[in-house]
Design a protein around this ligand. Structure first.
Ligand SMILES: [Zn+2]
Length: 307
């Protein structure tokens, strides 16, 4: 980002907007560059894999890939343009990861809405509108998710794919920002401290494991089961083995939990979250996912990971 800012300032002083075309890290970098130059930013996601296109923040990572923080901006991108044929031509794993990220939006917004002291990432109380966006997002994914995956396999733009791209990009992007985050994203960011995880897995794949952990922690076991089964059909990771974590590696699990506990939004849960409770929930969620994978098989997961 510093390199591009310096280049634009010295060689292209009359630039009037920044257009970022690519994945989430590219768009987040584009937002930072635009903000530093005081220019409007046009967001053109080439994949529908994360909440980056619409949000007014950039997630920052250390050079080795571990999460390092978030930079907030006063405005969302001026324009967001998605060519769904590009999304249909991209590897399906990105669309599926985007569904993991988007599915969490509803459950995290609901948690924040129900807890009278929870705050959104902007430091405000979640609104009914944000909760409704999150709920619409989850309903759309359950209804159209598998058909959208098939559309990308066929490289074809269908109504189901259009709806899932809107859910992954607009509903989830605005929904999480105004609805608030909770355990799902805390665990997702915690997972990035393990090199074997952040080197191999996408943000939305980590959020999938985080969402199962949140639902188990909240004792929403029927929903945890429903979400795990849906994720298994999509091919998202639903247990720690599918994130390359060995059962005996207790130190890694503790490191994930310690990192998650350091994030303020983990305390958006309506009860006190402790390191011990979170570790138990992570392990129980992984056991639940393992049982679902044993029952439904892991063919969808392996097909995506082989791409
Ligand atoms: Zn996310």
């Amino acid at each position: 980002m510093a390199r591009i800012v310096a280049l634009l300032q010295s060689d292209y002083p009359s630039v009037d907007a920044i257009v970022a075309l690519g994945g989430g890290k590219c768009l987040d970098a584009g937002k930072c560059v635009a903000y530093r130059l005081g220019l409007p930013m046009v967001s053109c996601p080439s994949i529908a894999s994360s909440d980056a296109p619409c949000s007014a923040l950039s997630v920052m990572y250390q050079p080795d890939g571990a999460f390092s923080g978030v930079e907030f901006f006063p405005h969302s991108p001026a324009l967001v343009v998605v060519d769904t044929q590009l999304v249909a031509n991209a590897p399906v794993r990105y669309l599926v990861a985007g569904m993991g990220d988007a599915m969490a939006t509803w459950y995290e917004a609901r948690t924040c809405y129900q807890n009278p002291v929870a705050l959104s990432t902007l430091g405000a109380r979640p609104t009914l509108a944000a909760k409704a966006l999150g709920e619409c997002c989850a309903k759309t994914l359950f209804a159209d998710g598998l058909a959208a995956v098939q559309a990308v396999h066929d490289n074809s733009v269908t109504d189901a794919l259009e709806r899932v791209v809107e859910a992954n990009t607009l509903l989830s992007g605005i929904g999480f920002e105004s609805g608030g985050l909770a355990v799902a994203h805390a665990i997702a960011q915690g997972l990035t401290v393990i090199p074997a995880i952040h080197q191999q897995y996408l943000h939305g794949e980590m959020v999938a494991m985080g969402l199962l952990t949140q639902l188990v922690l909240e004792q929403q076991l029927a929903e945890a089961q429903q979400v795990a089964e849906f994720f298994a059909h999509l091919g998202l990771p639903i247990h720690l083995g599918q994130l390359s974590l060995l059962k005996q590696d207790i130190n890694a699990r503790q490191a994930i939990v310690d990192s998650a506990m350091s994030l303020a939004f983990i305390h958006n849960e309506p009860f006190s979250v402790t390191s011990a409770l979170l570790l138990i929930a992570l392990e129980q969620a992984s056991d639940l996912g393992l049982a679902v994978a044993a029952q439904l098989g892991d063919a969808a997961y392996r097909r995506l990971q082989d791409l």
